[in-house]
Write a protein that binds this ligand. Sequence first.
Ligand code: 2P0
Length: 331
Amino acid sequence: MNRYETIRFLLHERPETRTESAEAFAPANIALCKYWGKRDPELNLPATGSLSISLGHLGATTRVSLREGADEIFLNGEPLPDATPFHQRLVEFLNPFRPEADAGFRVDTHNNLPTAAGFATSAAGFAALVLALDRLMGWGLDARTLSILARMGSGSACRSLFHGFVEWHIGKREDGMDSYAEPLPETWPALRMATLTVSNAAKPVGSTEGMNRTRDTSVLYRAWPDKVAADLQALRTAIHTQDFELLGRAAESNAMSLHATMLGAWPPLCYWQPESLAAMHKVWALRAAGVPLYFTMDAGPNLKLLFLQEEQAMVCGHFPGADVIAPFDHA
Ligand code: 2P0
């Protein structure tokens, strides 16, 4: 089954109680153990599992309604031009959700993320869109089905359906029905993340292309699945026992290994800027001086610092530009 058929299958014979319009929120998420590489690009099935933390009240709010004619898509109040690749990607994603083949959607998405910090907004956006579509059509889909649907919009979106710590299961099935995300039961209210913005320029190579290139050309990628398995286990233990040093070490080591696989790709992928490396050395120097401070990085030049609430004043003193996030502050 292709993506269209898989989504139609999941929505098949769902009773509908349609409303005029519906709105939903989904948080952004940052992976502590990264998703990098697909075993099936059509269904966004990952080559490994991954584990993230959602960013509380930071994310996307999406309102959807049905309309006659073509889709209308707004991002932060601005119409998204039809010709953009992202518009085409959204229209294609929406196709299997249409109650009639010629029905259009109006989609209005706002996000409250510090966009300059280079957050992946697509994860929160696709998760909020799927939730809003479910409310619009009154399908009453369960969390697992919603996560599978969001995954087909953007892989990491399957983790944005939930708050707190979230694990995306790799799954084995060809149809992807066992590749979905689930929240872990533990909370950790004292955990903090801070974004350190080095550059807000658009990244030269997007994540989808970057992960395909790494998988196809980097010999270092062969070691990645074993690294992920070890880091996932360490993170589960760290979260369960609230062992911050173990969590920080596993997350930072996972991010460094991710970037090592990228550096080994051809053409090489280096998302770091000189300022990224300077910030890493500053973290390492502080840690050598006894400060429990770690970082993670995604496919971009910015760092996300990891620390506990009691270190917040100290971290902000050393990194005055840091934007602090309390991931469990979403009540
Ligand atoms: C992650 N990233 O786990 C990793 C770390 C980027 C680096 O998930 O192709 O935008 O839509 O499935 O979800 C970015 O990948 O890619 C991502 P697609 P997606 O957060």
